[in-house]
Design a binder for this molecule. Structure first.
Ligand code: NHX
Ligand code: ZN
Length: 334
């Protein structure tokens, strides 16, 4: 009775011979854990460790979307190390918070000396991201904005999804790209100049726009076709780019469509930041004074506006049709 169990991160490239009946018969998919999964994994790794009463593993799970089990084990370990370094007897929520940010963005670099001129640019850049994300309905709510350096970044804006999601829509991507460009747009609007700092934002925005066109069928001109098979040198663990399976003419159209998505998002970010320039200025000034603005401090700046429209509800049906009644989105087993 020998049972052979194997694991891979690349089931897509397995030799089909391995999967014939009588060989590896069954495939068990172990995805990244969802919110509930992360909560349970965190419970396992915190077991036997001294936790402060204020620690809610659910809260930690909510703030760690996309983390694997190993990432969560590392997170708990980092939090414990921080508690020890701070001479604390128990691990508190603040250690989990700091550990999370260390893993996502790198360690804080408070010693980095930044001139007042650069501080202002960083504050407006982050402010730009945050204000665009506050206004556009499909952007995730802003959890924190800071101009304290961490790792490679001089500042960053943290947005957190309110729930696990497995599908993303075209309009959601459009809002997300506008949010990514918000930093660069704010620099231009406020200073009439832009800096190298936005390189990572621009790269992410361009990659996303390209995937919308070539993978997700989100370009009206090109339609629901897939362009370019990613050609991977798996055994070296790196991607060798893509294999071109389309004409020069299509290549040109892809570039045009990617550009159109970016241009439209850039215009929308400009419109938001022009309309809400007062908010941008208020946030940037608060950032220069306080370095970090949390979600409450951020929301306080928008008290004269309606609450954030976090539009991730059941989509409206266009044309004839009835909304599907959903009695309970998440029925729990009795
Ligand atoms: C530099 N860093 O390299 C300095 C230290 C525009 C206020 N000369 O967009 O810090 O310019 O919203 C992952 C994550 C490069 C990889 C961030 C690679 C940032 C970050 C360049 C803020 N926040 N840019 C941002 C920033 C920079 C960079 C990265 C990365 C800035 C910006 C980095
Ligand atoms: Zn940025």
């Amino acid at each position: 009775n020998v049972i052979v169990v194997a694991a891979t991160n690349r089931p897509d490239v397995l030799d089909p011979a391995l999967l014939r009946p009588g060989r590896f018969d069954r495939q068990v998919i172990l995805d990244r854990p969802d919110m509930k999964g992360r909560t349970e994994i965190l419970k396992v790794h915190t077991k036997g460790k001294p936790l402060d009463k204020g620690v809610e593993v659910e809260g930690v799970a909510r703030q760690s979307p996309g983390f694997s089990g190993a990432d969560l084990a590392n997170l708990v370990n980092e939090a414990a190390l921080l508690a020890a370094r701070r001479n604390k007897k128990v691990i508190g929520m603040s250690e989990f918070q700091e550990a999370l940010e260390r893993i996502v963005a790198g360690p804080e670099r408070k010693s980095r000396v930044i001139s007042d001129a650069e501080k202002a640019i960083i504050a407006y850049h982050e402010g730009g991201h945050a204000v665009v994300q506050r206004i556009l309905p499909k952007c995730d709510p802003v959890a924190k904005v800071t101009i304290i350096s961490r790792g490679m970044a001089l500042g960053y804006t943290m947005a957190l999804p309110t729930e696990d999601r497995y599908l993303q829509s075209k309009t959601e991507f459009e809002d997300k790209i506008a949010g990514l460009l918000g930093g660069n747009v704010a620099e231009r609007l406020i200073f009439g100049d832009t800096t190298t700092g936005a390189s990572n934002d621009i790269e992410k925005a361009t990659d996303l726009a390209r995937r919308m066109v070539t993978e997700f069928g989100m370009s009206d001109k090109l339609g629901p076709l897939s362009f370019g098979k990613r050609d991977e040198m798996v055994f070296l663990g790196r991607s060798m780019g893509e294999q071109r399976d389309y004409s020069d003419e299509v290549a040109r159209t892809i570039d045009e469509e990617v550009r159109a998505i970016i241009d439209k998002a850039y215009e929308r970010a400009t419109e938001v930041l022009t309309t809400h320039r007062d908010k941008l200025v208020a946030l940037a000034e608060k950032l220069v004074a306080e370095e970090t603005v949390d979600s409450d401090g951020f929301e306080a700046l928008f008290s004269d506006l309606p609450a954030k429209d976090d539009d991730h509800g059941i989509p409206t049906i266009v044309g004839p049709g009835q909304p599907i009644p959903v009695p309970d989105a998440n029925p729990q087993p009795a």
